[in-house]
Design a binder for this molecule. Sequence first.
Ligand code: PGA
Length: 248
Amino acid sequence: MRKRMVAGNWKMNKTPREAVDLVMLLKDKIDREDIDVVLCVPAINLIAVADTIMHTNIKLGAENLHYENCGAYTGETSATMLKEIGVSYVIVGHSERRSYFKESDEIVNKKVLKAFEYGITPIMCVGESLEEREDAITVEKIRIQVKKGLKGLTDKQAENVVIAYEPIWAIGTGKVATNEQAQEICHAIRECLTEMFGKDIADKTRILYGGSVNGKNADELFAMPDIDGGLVGGASLKEDFANIVNAE
Ligand code: PGA
């Protein structure tokens, strides 16, 4: 039985003070032990959020990390730094990073491995563009991202990694994938994991859907057999995030 996960992705939103206000508003409403609730916040907010979620069931997530331990990488944040302040999860390979910051599958793979090296669980994002969907190459694209992104993982790591299927055309557009579309691709991801690591492991790996998830559509999406929760952008910046966490 896979534990449901709902992760917020704040992207480049909220100052540290605003972050504390939002977490204060949310924390009593999302006190769930049966679900992994994660807040992935900008690096500058991590310490303030870590303090605010202390003694709650909310877990701390980062939005990115560098694949080296330290050194001359101006502006970057390492896994060591994240680990020291209590980060448990990190988003890797979000489509915005892949497109604006030219992150390749090879870089994504290095980051996934580095996160695991420091005991941080990566949430690896995959997803197709509208053009790729229209050209009917969605499954091919996703399979490449999964195979390259998870290259070299041990069985234990493959069991623990979280994959977020986020169709690019559904991100921040209000155009959510249908339950069937999301299920179809999440199932294809699980099949790909089965080929790579075997069925026992693939059955344990959590696969999230992301792309315009909100308090109204979360129930039905999360009820699909291969969807184990959501990665939530816009709606994680509002009280509605609590409705998504508490979706049946
Ligand atoms: P959205 O973003 O919920 O605003 O569509 C999801 C994401 O990019 O993770």
